[in-house]
Ligand binder design. Structure first.
Ligand code: GSH
Length: 197
């Protein structure tokens, strides 16, 4: 595979980097903040956002889609279950849950904290976003009370996807009441390929 990853330190490109490292895949890493919104990046991601990835000359975007594809394309690494299995359904479940019920709230809070220009921020929404994010964190915390990993009792790409958002919650100080999630991140951070900010 010929792989070019457009990324930047703490952005969701970290998911792709971690997956590439777990799979031991060579890649070109382009890290340039100025590329956000540029024509070069819009040729890969329609909104010119990060990450954008070009694999064998074909563009693909959305970190979850990229990580899932890479894991599927390398079944020997056992990072994802086959389509049509219950374990694969659990991968889809936790991936969708991560984006819809956790990351979306963290992202809206971040936009109103530092992404939008100051005069466009509505800081009143931030506590609501945090409360909604905590509901999702509670669900992850419960799921990880009886298992070390989210799917099939072993490390998979689903953990990379979810842990990125859980670690984001940690960086915004939302993890205090979720001891299982702190332990989970510590466990994952022991992996040599761990690449979260
Ligand atoms: N859902 C996308 C996230 C894309 C995204 O919002 N990326 C951010 C960085 S984490 C970005 O490029 N922001 C620049 C902007 O919004 O203009 C994914 O998971 O790949």
């Amino acid at each position: 595979m010929d792989i070019k990853l457009y990324g930047l330190g703490p952005t969701r490109s970290a998911r792709v980097l971690w997956t590439l490292k777990e799979l031991g895949l060579e890649h070109e890493y382009v890290e340039d903040r100025e590329l956000i919104g540029s024509d070069e990046l819009k040729a890969v991601h329609p909104l010119g956002k990060l990450p954008g990835v070009v694999i064998d000359g074909k563009p693909i975007f959305e970190s979850v889609a990229v990580c899932t594809y890479l894991a599927d394309a390398h079944p020997e690494a056992n990072l994802i279950a086959k389509a049509g299995t219950w374990e694969r359904a659990m991968h889809e479940q936790w991936s969708a849950f991560t984006l819809a019920e956790l990351e979306a709230w963290l992202w809206v809070a971040a936009r109103h904290t530092f992404v939008y220009p100051e005069d466009q921020r509505v800081t009143e929404v931030i506590p609501q976003c945090q409360e909604e994010a905590k509901k999702a964190l509670g669900a992850f915390n419960d799921a990880l009370s009886s298992s070390d990993y989210l799917v099939d009792d072993h490390f998979t790409v689903t953990d990379i996807i979810a842990a990125y958002a859980i670690n984001w919650a940690k960086r915004t100080e939302l993890l205090d009441e979720f001891a299982n999630l702190t332990t989970y991140l510590e466990r994952l951070s022991e992996r040599p390929a761990y690449s979260l900010p």
